[in-house]
Each structure stands twice: as structure tokens, then as C-alpha cells.
Ligand binder design. Structure first.
Ligand SMILES: Cc1cc2nc3c(=O)[nH]c(=O)nc-3n(C[C@H](O)[C@H](O)[C@H](O)COP(=O)(O)OP(=O)(O)OC[C@H]3O[C@@H](n4cnc5c(N)ncnc54)[C@H](O)[C@@H]3O)c2cc1C
Length: 307
């Protein structure tokens, strides 16, 4: 879908909460939400990060008060960086449901309807002047405890598993591959392949792209084999986001674009896409967990190195 640039691609549903529900969801959650996702009827968003909780996700502060009598949870707090919340009709959110709990204890992963009373979405402008992410303020949002994924207060490992689905997403590779193929066609059309340095650079980019792709497939394969948290999704995230930057930078160089213009009158669709995607990939080493955090995971979980 990302190679074909399908509009409205619900990556939070298809790549993250869908596979998570397949593993941990109840039958009724699967029936309701997986159907919506596969039919393309839902747009999900991810409520993990908070104003003071990004890399250190276990410090989250959004509170959920469980009421045994009504079997419901009332959520209050603020999420930030919530991509596509302004378009989403569903949200998965990580909430501290056990009063007084610390760090990764007492957290629950909960499914919300964005129309639930008390959810306010405030768009934030990004580098290109558009709003793709938001602040989401939750003011006494009441939700049934049937919307908890897995057990109440035991959402941490599920939330981490979801992050690994996010990090091994094949769509990063789809974007990179599409850009590379279009660039190659452009170079052929303009007879640029006669220049040795261009040929060499394209060959290097193609081999790096293939390595990143193989690592992404490996990460997905490993996830199918075992439930534990592995380093491969972190490796694949670093490789896939970095190769996107390298290919888009080279495309930028080849197109000989001296300045960046962001406007709607840009007639060269390929150039416009290069600029837009390159600006987006400034954030590639931050979203879904920063590159430094991925390196920490590789070092500790993967290689067993000390803190
Ligand atoms: C475009 C974009 C979209 C996003 N979409 C979403 C979304 O939809 N939902 C959502 O929940 N979140 C989203 N995020 C948030 C993203 O997950 C966080 O920005 C990210 O986890 C980093 O957290 P932070 O911004 O608080 O930075 P911080 O955690 O404050 O980190 C600041 C810097 O310190 C470094 N650092 C922090 N801790 C360590 C450490 N232990 N070791 C080494 N270095 C460290 C980091 O690498 C970083 O360079 C998005 C972010 C971006 C940029």
C-alpha cells in the first residue's frame, strides 16, 4: 500500500493495533475491530507519548480510575504527538489504571472511540506548516473495561509488543523502494546513468535498501516465532528510516533542487513528493522511539551489554 501510495492508509490499525489484537484481543474485540481494519473502515491513532513521557514511556501519568460496580474506567490526562488524531475515529491508549503504581506496573492498554465524551483534539503545526500530529486532552472519559486489551493493569508488555510491530513496519521500505524505482526511471529517461558517479551511488543505495528490506522481513519472521521482545525490530527501524533519508537526499540532488518551496502549485509531482517525504523523514529517527533508544535496546536486549 505504501509503495502504491494508497490514500488513507491506516498504519496505526494495520501495522500496530491489528496484529496486537490478533495476539491479545478478546473474541469480541477481534470481531469488531479487525473487521473494521480489514475493511478500511477505521482510522486509528496511538496515545502513548505525553508532555513528559516520550523515550521514558514507563513514566506515563494519564490516569484511569477503575470502577468495579460499573466495570468501567474513567480516564484523565494529556497525550501529545498523537499522529492523525484529528482524522481518527479510534485510539489505543496507554493509561495508569492502578493508583499509586510506579513505572511499568499498573498500566493498561485501552481502546477508545474518538467520539467518546471528554476527548479534545488540538492540532499542532509541523515543519511543513501542516498538522499531522496533535495534543489530545482527556477529561473524565468513561470507557467500558471490556475495552482493555489483555488484563487490567497488565498492559506494559502488550504495549511493548505493539511497539515492535510499529518498528518492523514494512511501509517504511515501501516508501523507500518507490522513491528508488522512480528515481531510477528518471535517471534512465534523462540519460543520467551514463555518469559513473550516479551509477555507483544508485548501486550503493539499492544494496542498502535490500539489506534494510531483508532485516524488516527477518524482524517480522522472528515476531511470528516467539512472544518475547527482540532487537530485530529496532535494527529494522534504524535501517529503514536511514535508507529513506539517503534515497530521498540523493533524489533531491539529482533533481537539482536548489531551494525548497512548499506550495500547492508545484507541478512536478515527483519533486513535490521527494520534498514532502524528506521533510517527514526528519522525524524518522524520533517517532516510534528515537534512534538512541533503539541502539540501547540492541545493546541491552540484543547483545546483553551492561547499562
Ligand atoms: C512526527 C512524529 C510523530 C509521532 N507520533 C506519535 C504518535 O502518534 N503517538 C505517540 O504516542 N507518540 C508519537 N510520537 C512521539 C515519539 O514517540 C516521541 O517523540 C519519542 O518517543 C521521543 O520522545 P520525546 O519526544 O519525549 O523525546 P525525549 O524522550 O525527551 O528525548 C530527547 C532526546 O534524548 C534522547 N534520550 C532520551 N532518553 C535516552 C536514553 N535513555 N539514552 C540515550 N538517549 C536518550 C533521545 O534519543 C532524544 O534524542 C511522534 C513523534 C514524532 C516526531
Amino acid at each position: 500500500m505504501s509503495y502504491k501510495m494508497a490514500p488513507g492508509n491506516d498504519r496505526f490499525g494495520v501495522r500496530m493495533i491489528g496484529p496486537t489484537l490478533l495476539k491479545y484481543g478478546t473474541d469480541s474485540q477481534k470481531e469488531k475491530y479487525l473487521k473494521e481494519i480489514t475493511n478500511g473502515d477505521a482510522q486509528w491513532c496511538q496515545g502513548y507519548s505525553e508532555p513528559n513521557s516520550g523515550s521514558d514511556l514507563a513514566s506515563i501519568n494519564t490516569k484511569g480510575k477503575y470502577d468495579e460496580e460499573t466495570n468501567s474506567i474513567t480516564i484523565t490526562g494529556t497525550k501529545v504527538w498523537t499522529t492523525l488524531a484529528h482524522r481518527a475515529n479510534r485510539m489505543f491508549i496507554l493509561v495508569r489504571t492502578q493508583e499509586g503504581s510506579k513505572r511499568h506496573e499498573g498500566l493498561s492498554l485501552i481502546l477508545l472511540n474518538m467520539k467518546d465524551k471528554g476527548i479534545n483534539v488540538n492540532p499542532i503545526k509541523n515543519i511543513s506548516g501542516k498538522s499531522s500530529f496533535n495534543e489530545v486532552v482527556l477529561d473524565n472519559v468513561k470507557v467500558s473495561a471490556k475495552n482493555v486489551v489483555g488484563k487490567l493493569h497488565e498492559g506494559w508488555m502488550i504495549a511493548l509488543d505493539l511497539l515492535n510491530f510499529e518498528r518492523s513496519g514494512i511501509d517504511y521500505i515501501g516508501w523507500a523502494e518507490r522513491c528508488f524505482d522512480d528515481l531510477l526511471s528518471y535517471c534512465k529517461e534523462k540519460k543520467l546513468l551514463e555518469t559513473n558517479s550516479i551509477k555507483v551511488k544508485l548501486t550503493y543505495l539499492k544494496s542498502s535498501l535490500e539489506s534494510a528490506k531483508i532485516m524488516t522481513y527477518k524482524a517480522l519472521w522472528i515476531k511470528e516465532q516467539s512472544n518475547s521482545i527482540h532487537m530485530e525490530p529496532s535494527i529494522s527501524k534504524i535501517l529503514a528510516t536511514e535508507i529513506n533519508i539517503k534515497i530521498h537526499d540523493f533524489a533531491f540532488e539529482i533533481l537539482n533542487t536548489k531551494s525548497i518551496y512548499i506550495n500547492n502549485n508545484n507541478k512536478d509531482y515527483f519533486a513535490e513528493r521527494i520534498i514532502k517525504n524528506r521533510l517527514f523523514f526528519v522525524s524518522g529517527g524520533i517517532l516510534g522511539g528515537t534512534t538512541e533508544i533503539q541502539k540501547n535496546i540492541i545493546a541491552r536486549r540484543g547483545l546483553g551489554l551492561p547499562r
